[in-house]
Design a protein around this ligand. Structure first.
Ligand code: NCD
Length: 363
């Protein structure tokens, strides 16, 4: 059985195959109308969502399946103190596949340890969001025709933006990709990710000015400042208007540059930009339904043993219990889940230990 917890759980070949399936569904939706007949998708959203939850549900309905779930943790037994492990043990008896979103990092990994059916991470805290990345990849493929030789600017909240983290992991696997990381210093990409890019020899520039870098970009990926992950409202107020993309700022951009945004936007893209042919974010949201259809087919196909075992993209190091060590990340699932023991992975290259659930360094 396969789960999708991080984008690196999929090989480049699997992603290519899913993109081809999604393109075929876009061209011939009628061929897939019965593909998931009698299958049930559970959408468990412990955190707000519009696009991700509704596109998952629309995807399953488009495949002839059915859906159940909740869109608000307060309407589930979480409110009564139920653990993720217990919720998943129960729901996996009611559904064939689960898509879940949770504010704590590593919650989908806990779910995968207690489920009888495939689990999809639909966003965990500021950690990963692999299905948004699949959406981004389908958009990039349809709009530019390639993944190689691209200069990708990521702008806004690179610290807490989980879509940014997953997109960087995904695009790092393609030749000739360069990243331009544009953020206030306080919201820079986590140092561990910057180190990983350096180790892999992937060109990466960190800066604060969007205008200065605009002319170099093939893709501009704008993001929202993630208010709900700040520990101080004052800090959010100070940083919230750091970047606002306006038609004037696009004057120096390439004619073929693509503007992406996972949405929702707050005010980081002026609505006047929407009419610019380079603004691809609403097309991007539209494609989300089709790549999720392809993903559901892929994971259910594997659950039934119809697909070959892939070689996993992410190296798995031996799991260790480090007596006395704790995960220092306040957003980690280990801070709230009852009975969950701390586990750490030893990084083969640096020898450092990282939390199995959220990948923060052990303290
Ligand atoms: C993103 C998310 O939830 O991380 N939204 C989405 O899934 N399309 C981006 C965000 O909330 O800023």
């Amino acid at each position: 059985m396969r789960h999708l917890l991080s984008i690196l759980d999929l090989t480049v070949e699997e992603i290519d195959s899913m993109i081809s399936t999604a393109q075929d569904i876009l061209d011939h939706p009628e061929r897939y109308r019965e593909a998931c007949r009698d299958k049930i998708l559970a959408t468990l959203f412990f955190e707000p969502s519009t696009r991700t939850r509704l596109s998952f549900e629309s995807a399953m309905l488009g495949l002839g399946g059915r859906v159940l779930g909740f869109s608000d943790a307060s309407s589930s037994s979480t409110r009564k103190g139920e653990s993720v492990a217990d919720t998943i043990s129960v729901v996996s008896g009611y559904a064939d596949i689960i898509a879940m979103r949770h504010p704590k990092e590593g919650a989908p990994l806990v779910a995968s340890q207690h489920t009888r059916v495939p689990v999809i991470n639909a966003g965990d805290g500021g950690h990963h969001h692999p299905t948004q990345t699949l959406t981004d990849l389908l958009t990039i493929r349809r709009e530019t025709g390639r993944f190689e030789d691209l200069t990708i600017g990521l702008c806004g909240d690179l610290k807490f933006g989980r879509t940014v983290h997953s997109l960087i992991e995904a695009m790092s696997r393609y030749r000739g990709v360069r990243f331009v990381l544009i953020s206030p210093r306080e919201l820079a990409l986590p140092p561990l990710m910057v180190e990983e890019l350096a180790e892999q020899g992937i060109p990466c520039t960190q800066c604060q000015s969007l205008e200065e870098q605009m002319g170099a970009l093939d893709i501009l990926y704008m993001t929202r400042i993630q208010r709900e992950r700040f520990s101080s409202e004052e800090e959010y107020q100070r940083l919230k208007d750091s970047y606002i993309l306006t038609p004037d700022k696009l004057a120096g951009a390439k004619e073929g540059m693509m503007i992406l945004h996972p949405l929702p936007r707050v005010n980081e893209i002026d609505p006047r930009v929407d009419d610019d042919p380079r603004a691809a974010y609403f097309r991007q949201a539209y494609y989300g339904r089709y790549i999720r259809m392809a993903l559901i087919l892929h994971l259910l196909g594997q659950a039934e043993g119809t697909a070959v075992t892939p070689d996993k993209g992410r190296p798995r190091y031996p799991q260790n219990q480090l007596p006395g060590a704790v995960c220092g990340n306040p957003h980690c699932i280990t801070t709230i889940e009852q009975g969950l023991e701390q586990r750490f992975l030893r990084d083969g290259k640096t020898g450092e230990y990282r939390c199995l659930y959220c990948e923060s360094k052990a303290e």
